[in-house]
Design a binder for this molecule. Structure first.
Ligand code: NAD
Length: 255
């Protein structure tokens, strides 16, 4: 069944965009929502968004790359809300810089947020899941888990790694009834991709925007709402024998 009644879901970086839509879907399916962001103004933006949606969400100021802060957050969630049943590693960043112009600090930051932080968060919630006898970990991957493109070397390296972390958590913790799967969004219209949709000075569409629409069988950008159903499926008992996979939600672009 697809119900998340009574479950506790931590969705990282879920103040807006994909994370907010996933958290909204979980709340509608009955889950209690907790989210975190690395800046107070983003936490406040998230709290306002949840209030407008009529969702009673708890927001934490916590940078997912800071292991001590993540541990403290998880301990507090367990004490005040309950043991986490569902973790969605959604917080992510992208830096679009040609590889030879990128510096090591920029590359490292992307790997830190997009690959090492999901490991830190999974590590923090797994003991509670083992005790509870079940758990769902959902890693927000990308089409770049499968392919490379110009200017996204660090992102592709991190998201490719995240796909393999997903498989590894499945192998290592499947016996504890923990399912770890990924969602690979296609091109989704959010703040992260807004620069790719900017209207050009001559009034034409951004070349990348034209490219996406021409290459996607669905002939449109995805929306955060497109991720809601797949995210509920992978968090619910309906997917209890689905483990270690990435579900691409891309309008067919990878086909
Ligand atoms: P977004 O930039 O709109 O939102 C990202 C969120 O992560 C923000 O709330 C931000 O505050 C949070 N965040 C960033 N760094 C953080 C940190 N260190 N600690 C805590 N929170 C942090 O992005 P989005 O488009 O909604 O993307 C969400 C996820 O989906 C990301 O992992 C992204 O890589 C992935 N994704 C997006 C697309 C797309 O087309 N938009 C495609 C594939 C994958």
């Amino acid at each position: 069944n697809f119900s998340l009644e009574g479950k506790v879901a931590l969705v990282t970086g879920a103040a807006y965009g994909i994370g907010l839509a996933i958290a909204q879907a979980y709340a509608e399916a009955g889950a209690k929502i907790v989210f975190n962001c690395s800046r107070q103004e983003t936490v406040d933006r998230g709290l306002k968004a949840y209030k407008e949606l009529g969702i009673d969400a708890k927001g934490y100021l916590c940078d997912v790359t800071d292991e001590e802060a993540v541990k403290a957050m998880v301990t507090d969630i367990e004490a005040t809300v309950g043991t986490i049943d569902i973790l969605v590693n959604n917080a992510g960043i992208i830096k679009r810089i040609p590889m030879e112009e990128m510096n090591v600090e920029d590359f490292r930051r992307v790997v830190d947020v997009d690959l090492i932080a999901p490991y830190i968060c999974a590590k923090a919630v797994i003991p509670g899941m083992i005790k509870k006898g079940h758990g769902k970990i959902i890693n927000i991957c990308s089409m770049m888990s499968e392919l490379g493109r110009e200017t996204v070397s660090a992102y592709a390296a991190a998201k490719g790694g995240l796909k393999m972390l997903t498989r590894n958590i499945c192998s290592e913790y499947g016996e504890h009834n923990i399912q770890c799967n990924g969602i690979g969004p296609g091109y989704i219209a959010t703040d992260q991709t807004a620069p790719l949709r900017e209207i050009q000075p001559d009034g034409s569409r951004h070349p990348f925007d034209q490219f996406i629409i021409s290459k996607t069988p669905a002939a449109r950008w995805g929306t955060p709402e497109d991720l809601m159903g797949p995210a509920v499926f992978l968090a619910s008992d309906a997917s209890n024998f689905v483990n270690g996979h990435v579900l691409y939600v891309d309008g067919g672009i990878l086909a």
